[in-house]
Design a protein around this ligand. Structure first.
Ligand code: ADP
Ligand code: MG
Length: 235
Protein backbone atom coordinates (compact mmCIF):
# COMPACT_ATOMS: atom_id res chain seq x y z
CA UNK A 1 0.00 0.00 0.00
CA UNK A 2 2.86 2.37 0.85
CA UNK A 3 6.41 2.26 -0.38
CA UNK A 4 8.95 4.87 0.71
CA UNK A 5 12.50 4.98 -0.63
CA UNK A 6 15.40 7.13 0.56
CA UNK A 7 13.10 9.93 1.68
CA UNK A 8 14.87 13.16 2.56
CA UNK A 9 13.49 16.47 3.74
CA UNK A 10 15.73 19.42 4.49
CA UNK A 11 14.61 22.65 6.14
CA UNK A 12 17.49 25.09 5.69
CA UNK A 13 20.40 23.28 7.32
CA UNK A 14 18.22 20.82 9.27
CA UNK A 15 17.89 17.30 7.88
CA UNK A 16 14.41 16.52 9.23
CA UNK A 17 14.55 13.26 7.24
CA UNK A 18 17.94 11.91 6.25
CA UNK A 19 17.06 9.00 3.95
CA UNK A 20 14.20 6.85 5.21
CA UNK A 21 13.09 3.62 3.49
CA UNK A 22 10.14 1.47 4.57
CA UNK A 23 6.90 -0.09 3.37
CA UNK A 24 3.40 -0.69 4.73
CA UNK A 25 1.13 -3.52 3.56
CA UNK A 26 -2.59 -3.16 2.98
CA UNK A 27 -4.44 -3.84 6.22
CA UNK A 28 -1.40 -3.10 8.36
CA UNK A 29 -1.43 -0.78 11.39
CA UNK A 30 2.02 0.79 11.75
CA UNK A 31 3.10 3.17 14.50
CA UNK A 32 5.97 5.62 14.03
CA UNK A 33 7.77 6.32 17.31
CA UNK A 34 10.70 8.54 18.14
CA UNK A 35 11.86 11.35 20.39
CA UNK A 36 10.54 14.87 19.88
CA UNK A 37 12.16 16.40 16.79
CA UNK A 38 13.15 13.02 15.31
CA UNK A 39 11.15 13.69 12.12
CA UNK A 40 7.92 11.77 12.77
CA UNK A 41 5.52 14.51 11.65
CA UNK A 42 7.72 15.39 8.68
CA UNK A 43 7.70 11.73 7.64
CA UNK A 44 3.91 11.49 7.87
CA UNK A 45 3.45 14.74 5.94
CA UNK A 46 5.84 13.74 3.16
CA UNK A 47 4.30 10.26 2.83
CA UNK A 48 0.73 11.60 2.84
CA UNK A 49 1.36 14.29 0.22
CA UNK A 50 1.01 17.22 2.62
CA UNK A 51 4.65 18.23 2.10
CA UNK A 52 7.02 17.71 -0.83
CA UNK A 53 10.16 15.75 0.09
CA UNK A 54 13.53 17.21 -0.89
CA UNK A 55 14.33 13.88 -2.54
CA UNK A 56 13.29 10.25 -2.52
CA UNK A 57 10.25 8.38 -3.68
CA UNK A 58 6.79 7.74 -2.24
CA UNK A 59 4.31 5.36 -3.81
CA UNK A 60 0.90 5.36 -2.18
CA UNK A 61 -2.07 3.15 -3.13
CA UNK A 62 -0.49 2.59 -6.54
CA UNK A 63 0.22 6.29 -7.18
CA UNK A 64 3.69 7.83 -7.59
CA UNK A 65 3.11 10.82 -5.33
CA UNK A 66 6.08 12.77 -6.73
CA UNK A 67 4.55 12.77 -10.19
CA UNK A 68 1.37 14.55 -9.09
CA UNK A 69 0.87 18.30 -9.48
CA UNK A 70 -0.84 20.28 -6.71
CA UNK A 71 -4.33 19.52 -8.05
CA UNK A 72 -3.56 15.81 -8.26
CA UNK A 73 -2.10 15.83 -4.74
CA UNK A 74 -5.17 17.59 -3.35
CA UNK A 75 -7.44 15.05 -5.06
CA UNK A 76 -5.37 12.15 -3.70
CA UNK A 77 -5.61 13.49 -0.16
CA UNK A 78 -9.29 14.33 -0.43
CA UNK A 79 -10.50 11.16 -2.12
CA UNK A 80 -8.19 8.38 -1.02
CA UNK A 81 -6.64 9.35 2.32
CA UNK A 82 -8.01 10.14 5.76
CA UNK A 83 -6.32 12.37 8.35
CA UNK A 84 -6.55 12.64 12.13
CA UNK A 85 -4.39 15.16 13.99
CA UNK A 86 -3.79 15.96 17.64
CA UNK A 87 -6.00 19.05 17.26
CA UNK A 88 -9.42 17.86 16.18
CA UNK A 89 -9.86 20.67 13.60
CA UNK A 90 -13.65 20.46 13.59
CA UNK A 91 -15.67 23.40 12.29
CA UNK A 92 -17.35 24.93 15.36
CA UNK A 93 -20.39 26.26 13.50
CA UNK A 94 -21.29 22.88 12.00
CA UNK A 95 -23.02 20.05 13.85
CA UNK A 96 -21.52 16.57 14.09
CA UNK A 97 -23.32 15.28 10.97
CA UNK A 98 -22.12 18.21 8.84
CA UNK A 99 -18.56 17.95 10.18
CA UNK A 100 -18.52 14.25 9.30
CA UNK A 101 -19.81 14.78 5.76
CA UNK A 102 -17.55 17.76 5.03
CA UNK A 103 -15.07 15.67 2.97
CA UNK A 104 -17.97 14.47 0.78
CA UNK A 105 -19.04 18.10 0.26
CA UNK A 106 -15.46 19.09 -0.65
CA UNK A 107 -15.23 16.17 -3.09
CA UNK A 108 -18.62 17.18 -4.58
CA UNK A 109 -20.00 13.79 -3.76
CA UNK A 110 -23.65 13.37 -2.73
CA UNK A 111 -24.24 14.19 0.94
CA UNK A 112 -26.01 11.32 2.57
CA UNK A 113 -27.28 11.88 6.14
CA UNK A 114 -27.65 8.11 6.40
CA UNK A 115 -23.94 7.72 5.73
CA UNK A 116 -23.15 10.29 8.44
CA UNK A 117 -25.33 8.35 10.89
CA UNK A 118 -23.65 5.07 9.98
CA UNK A 119 -20.12 6.43 10.49
CA UNK A 120 -21.13 8.24 13.69
CA UNK A 121 -22.52 4.96 15.04
CA UNK A 122 -19.25 3.28 14.22
CA UNK A 123 -17.39 5.68 16.55
CA UNK A 124 -20.10 5.49 19.22
CA UNK A 125 -21.71 8.89 18.54
CA UNK A 126 -25.03 7.92 16.93
CA UNK A 127 -26.92 10.08 19.43
CA UNK A 128 -24.80 13.20 18.87
CA UNK A 129 -25.43 14.01 15.20
CA UNK A 130 -27.12 17.35 15.94
CA UNK A 131 -24.56 18.54 18.51
CA UNK A 132 -21.93 21.23 17.92
CA UNK A 133 -18.26 20.41 18.73
CA UNK A 134 -18.33 22.74 21.77
CA UNK A 135 -21.00 20.51 23.31
CA UNK A 136 -18.70 17.45 23.17
CA UNK A 137 -15.75 16.27 25.27
CA UNK A 138 -12.27 16.12 23.75
CA UNK A 139 -12.52 12.37 23.27
CA UNK A 140 -15.89 12.72 21.54
CA UNK A 141 -14.53 15.47 19.29
CA UNK A 142 -11.62 13.26 18.29
CA UNK A 143 -14.07 10.47 17.47
CA UNK A 144 -15.96 12.92 15.23
CA UNK A 145 -12.63 13.70 13.53
CA UNK A 146 -12.09 9.95 13.07
CA UNK A 147 -15.59 9.56 11.59
CA UNK A 148 -14.84 12.47 9.23
CA UNK A 149 -11.64 10.67 8.16
CA UNK A 150 -13.62 7.47 7.53
CA UNK A 151 -16.56 8.90 5.61
CA UNK A 152 -14.87 8.66 2.20
CA UNK A 153 -13.64 5.08 2.89
CA UNK A 154 -9.98 6.07 2.48
CA UNK A 155 -7.34 3.56 1.53
CA UNK A 156 -5.00 4.83 4.24
CA UNK A 157 -5.60 6.74 7.45
CA UNK A 158 -2.74 8.93 8.65
CA UNK A 159 -2.86 9.97 12.30
CA UNK A 160 -0.36 12.33 13.98
CA UNK A 161 -0.49 12.07 17.79
CA UNK A 162 -4.25 11.39 17.67
CA UNK A 163 -4.37 10.81 21.43
CA UNK A 164 -1.89 13.54 22.36
CA UNK A 165 -4.55 15.85 23.81
CA UNK A 166 -6.76 13.20 25.43
CA UNK A 167 -7.09 11.77 28.93
CA UNK A 168 -6.17 8.09 29.37
CA UNK A 169 -9.71 6.75 29.04
CA UNK A 170 -10.62 8.78 25.92
CA UNK A 171 -7.27 7.91 24.39
CA UNK A 172 -7.96 4.23 24.91
CA UNK A 173 -11.36 4.55 23.21
CA UNK A 174 -9.81 6.19 20.14
CA UNK A 175 -7.03 3.58 19.99
CA UNK A 176 -9.52 0.74 20.33
CA UNK A 177 -11.54 2.20 17.45
CA UNK A 178 -8.43 2.34 15.28
CA UNK A 179 -7.62 -1.24 16.19
CA UNK A 180 -11.18 -2.32 15.37
CA UNK A 181 -10.98 -0.67 11.94
CA UNK A 182 -7.90 -2.73 11.18
CA UNK A 183 -9.38 -5.97 12.55
CA UNK A 184 -12.83 -5.69 11.01
CA UNK A 185 -12.24 -3.70 7.80
CA UNK A 186 -8.54 -4.26 7.12
CA UNK A 187 -8.05 -0.49 7.22
CA UNK A 188 -4.43 0.55 6.62
CA UNK A 189 -3.27 2.99 9.31
CA UNK A 190 -0.04 4.91 9.89
CA UNK A 191 0.03 6.56 13.31
CA UNK A 192 2.70 8.85 14.70
CA UNK A 193 2.95 8.82 18.48
CA UNK A 194 5.44 9.23 21.30
CA UNK A 195 3.31 7.17 23.71
CA UNK A 196 4.39 3.52 24.14
CA UNK A 197 0.85 2.51 25.16
CA UNK A 198 -0.57 3.99 21.94
CA UNK A 199 2.17 2.41 19.81
CA UNK A 200 1.41 -1.01 21.31
CA UNK A 201 -2.01 -0.97 19.58
CA UNK A 202 -0.22 -1.21 16.21
CA UNK A 203 0.93 -4.40 14.48
CA UNK A 204 4.40 -3.02 14.11
CA UNK A 205 6.40 -0.04 15.32
CA UNK A 206 9.14 1.73 13.38
CA UNK A 207 11.51 3.96 15.33
CA UNK A 208 13.00 7.23 14.14
CA UNK A 209 15.98 9.07 15.61
CA UNK A 210 17.52 12.18 14.04
CA UNK A 211 15.60 11.70 10.81
CA UNK A 212 16.76 8.11 10.31
CA UNK A 213 15.18 4.74 10.93
CA UNK A 214 16.44 3.34 14.21
CA UNK A 215 14.85 -0.10 14.25
CA UNK A 216 11.49 -1.83 14.21
CA UNK A 217 9.46 -3.90 16.60
CA UNK A 218 6.81 -6.44 15.63
CA UNK A 219 3.95 -7.36 17.98
CA UNK A 220 4.86 -4.48 20.31
CA UNK A 221 3.99 -4.24 23.99
CA UNK A 222 4.14 -0.94 25.92
CA UNK A 223 7.10 -2.27 27.94
CA UNK A 224 9.14 -3.29 24.88
CA UNK A 225 8.41 0.02 23.13
CA UNK A 226 9.39 2.00 26.23
CA UNK A 227 12.62 0.01 26.53
CA UNK A 228 13.55 0.80 22.91
CA UNK A 229 12.76 4.47 23.43
CA UNK A 230 15.07 4.53 26.46
CA UNK A 231 17.85 3.16 24.26
CA UNK A 232 17.14 5.94 21.75
CA UNK A 233 17.91 8.43 24.49
CA UNK A 234 14.36 9.47 25.31
CA UNK A 235 13.56 9.49 29.06
P1 ADP B 1 8.63 15.19 15.45
O1 ADP B 1 7.27 15.14 14.86
O2 ADP B 1 9.30 13.87 15.56
O3 ADP B 1 8.66 15.89 16.78
P2 ADP B 1 9.24 16.98 13.25
O4 ADP B 1 9.06 16.15 12.04
O5 ADP B 1 8.15 17.91 13.60
O6 ADP B 1 9.59 16.03 14.49
O7 ADP B 1 10.58 17.82 13.10
C1 ADP B 1 11.82 17.26 12.71
C2 ADP B 1 12.87 18.37 12.59
O8 ADP B 1 12.55 19.22 11.49
C3 ADP B 1 12.97 19.28 13.80
O9 ADP B 1 14.31 19.65 13.97
C4 ADP B 1 12.11 20.45 13.42
O10 ADP B 1 12.51 21.60 14.10
C5 ADP B 1 12.35 20.55 11.93
N1 ADP B 1 11.19 21.10 11.21
C6 ADP B 1 9.97 20.50 11.07
N2 ADP B 1 9.14 21.25 10.33
C7 ADP B 1 9.84 22.36 10.00
C8 ADP B 1 9.53 23.53 9.23
N3 ADP B 1 8.33 23.70 8.65
N4 ADP B 1 10.49 24.46 9.10
C9 ADP B 1 11.71 24.29 9.65
N5 ADP B 1 12.06 23.23 10.38
C10 ADP B 1 11.16 22.26 10.56
MG1 MG C 1 5.36 15.74 15.55
Amino acid sequence: MISVEELRKTYGKVDALAGVTFGVDAGEFVAVMGPSGSGKSTLLQCVAGLERPTSGRVSLAGVEVGELDETGLAALRRERLGFVFQAYNLLPALDVADNITLPLRLARRPIDRGRAAEVAARVGLADRLGHRPAELSGGQQQRVALARALVTEPEVIFADEPTGALDTRSARQVLELLHELVDQSRQTIVMVTHDPVAAAYAHRVIFLADGRLAGRLDAPSPELVAERMTKLGEW
